[in-house]
Design a protein around this ligand. Structure first.
Ligand code: G3H
Ligand code: 13P
Ligand code: ZN
Length: 298
């Protein structure tokens, strides 16, 4: 299936495509193992930070994995400049995100449109972002979240012509999303989808931070106290009753992977074969992705 056909189907049938970040071969293989087991397509995502960590090796790894399962698509996550998006497009990415959300509305439109013109001439999908998604990871951070405005979204899409739009409705990046109850602004989401009904929407910062992996990680010497993600019921509602067609998870996979590595190393102090401890991390990532597939569709 082609990526644009997949988004069209997701919008029509109300399900979301899972978008999973990877930083190494083990995580990529773990995601693809889950896709194969569940016969479910996915986007595998490389952030700018992940690209500088893996280099162009990520392209070769992706191509090899695509031979195992054809319905995976390579996506640039949070591209911050035209140059980075162009580089990804020239290297053969299926989809790029231009994240100009920290710029003024006019500058965001102009930069997004420039990427759209280059990408569309080469058959590449473009995701943009409007509003400010809070939280911090390596190269992606914003101190204060600002919800996406519906009227601005309408104007933005008509001017910039992005294919999909990342919206800020209460999610944030990282492992500490809420100090109290997990809460998304579904009223605002409804207003946005009324303003741009034909545009697939994207939920960043959508990790649920499952207790199971946080507890494992803490049990084997980690320290992730007070971590809290988006509750799974809200994620299911966003994916199956709204126009959220892609949900992004990075934190959940990092936690699951680290929990597995910690568990193996603490239980097997004599082991120094990376294939053994990385395999335990990989196994938990596959399980975490399979759990996630459960609430992306009805
Ligand atoms: O949305 C942000 C992604 O999780 C990427 O994070 O810049 O630490 O790779 P990173
Ligand atoms: P999490 O930090 O919730 O996993 O979000 C990841 C993300 O949005 C990647 O773009
Ligand atoms: Zn993100």
């Amino acid at each position: 299936m082609k990526l644009n056909a997949l988004y069209k189907k997701a919008l029509k049938e109300h399900f979301a495509i899972g978008a999973f970040n990877f930083n190494n071969l083990e995580t990529l293989k773990a995601i693809v193992d889950a896709c194969l087991a569940a016969s479910t397509p996915a986007l595998v995502c490389v952030s700018e930070g992940a690209f500088s960590y893996m280099g162009e090796a990520c392209i070769g790894m992706f191509r090899a994995e695509k031979k195992r399962y054809k319905d995976i698509f390579l996506h640039l996550d949070h591209g911050k400049s035209f140059e980075m998006c162009k580089k990804a497009i020239d290297l053969g990415f299926d989809s790029v995100m231009i994240d100009a959300s920290s710029l003024s509305f006019e500058k965001n439109v102009a930069l997004t449109k420039k990427v759209v013109d280059y990408a569309h001439a080469r058959g590449v999908w473009v995701e943009a972002e409007l509003g400010v998604i809070g939280g911090t990871e390596d190269l992606v951070s914003a101190k204060k979240a600002i919800f996406t405005d519906a009227e601005e979204a309408k104007k933005f899409i008509s001017l910039a012509k992005a294919d999909s739009l990342a919206v800020a409705i209460g999610t944030s990046h990282g492992a500490y999303k809420f100090s109290g109850e997990s809460k998304l602004n579904f009223k605002r989401l409804g207003e946005i989808e009324k303003a741009i009904p034909k545009t697939p929407l994207v939920l960043h910062g959508a990790s649920s931070v499952p207790e199971k992996y946080v507890e494992l990680l803490n049990a084997y010497g980690g320290d992730l106290k007070g971590a809290k993600g988006v509750d799974e019921k809200s994620l299911k509602t966003a994916c199956t009753r709204h126009n959220i067609c892609k949900i992004n998870s990075d934190t959940d996979l990092r936690i699951a992977f680290t929990a597995g590595v910690r568990e193996h190393l603490l239980k097997n102090p004599e082991n120094f074969d990376p294939r053994k401890y990385l395999s335990q991390g990989k196994k938990y990532v596959t399980e975490a992705v399979l759990e996630k597939f459960r609430y992306l569709s009805k």
